[in-house]
Design a protein around this ligand. Structure first.
Ligand code: ZN
Length: 200
């Protein structure tokens, strides 16, 4: 299992202080962590030839299956730690598979930003979203910086201009607060994608 911070499935806190409108408000963080580890214990004990469905998982976990377990599993699926086949079978990705997968986002709006790159007019949102994405999938800051710099160069984003900084590294370094604050990627990502879509 790669680094994983067991965030609250709703507000993403990694301590017991939830956002005001969080539906798990009042839930102690160790309880949240346990919901994840309950699921992961069963998932990681499932061999490549075994089939594990969601209902089997529900019956196999230690303790009662509840809303929190359900939300934890949904989070694991949303960030691609766990893959679900069309037949409902669940599978935990290996550390290597996961790292490869998250480096190239396949879900929207990140996929568009990743593939087409950013254009002047949405650089702030696009770079913000890329950094927030890699933070969410638990890459370290060094890995995040390396991935975002590579993306800036290979997607053609950097060559399109519109940056005040002298290099991709300087640019990404100046946005470290996005990584440290753990902001979400969705809103900035959607705004960037809307601009990119209009220019495609
Ligand atoms: Zn919460």
């Amino acid at each position: 299992m790669p680094r994983f911070s067991y965030p609250c499935p709703d507000c993403r806190t990694t301590n017991s202080l939830h956002e005001l409108d969080c539906r798990f408000e009042g839930m102690a963080w160790p309880t949240i962590e346990k919901a994840y580890t309950d699921c992961l214990a069963v998932l990681s004990a499932t061999g490549p030839d075994d089939t594990l469905t969601e209902s089997t998982l529900r019956e196999s976990i230690h303790g009662e299956w509840g809303e929190l377990h359900k939300a934890a599993l949904e989070t694991l699926k949303a960030i691609s730690r766990v893959e679900q086949d069309d037949d409902g079978t669940l599978r935990l990705l290996t550390a290597a598979e996961y790292k490869e997968l998250v480096s190239e986002p396949t879900i929207e709006p990140m996929r568009t930003i990743y593939e087409y790159g950013s254009i002047p007019g949405c650089h702030d949102h696009a770079v913000f979203a890329m950094i927030a994405w890699y933070e969410m999938v638990d890459l370290s800051w060094a890995e995040t910086k390396a991935n975002v710099c590579e993306w800036l160069r290979e997607s053609g984003t950097w060559d399109r201009g519109g940056f005040e900084e002298s290099s991709p590294e300087t640019l990404v370094e100046s946005k470290r607060h996005v990584y440290d604050a753990g902001y979400g990627w969705k809103q900035a990502g959607n705004e960037a994608k809307a601009v990119i879509d209009r220019h495609r």
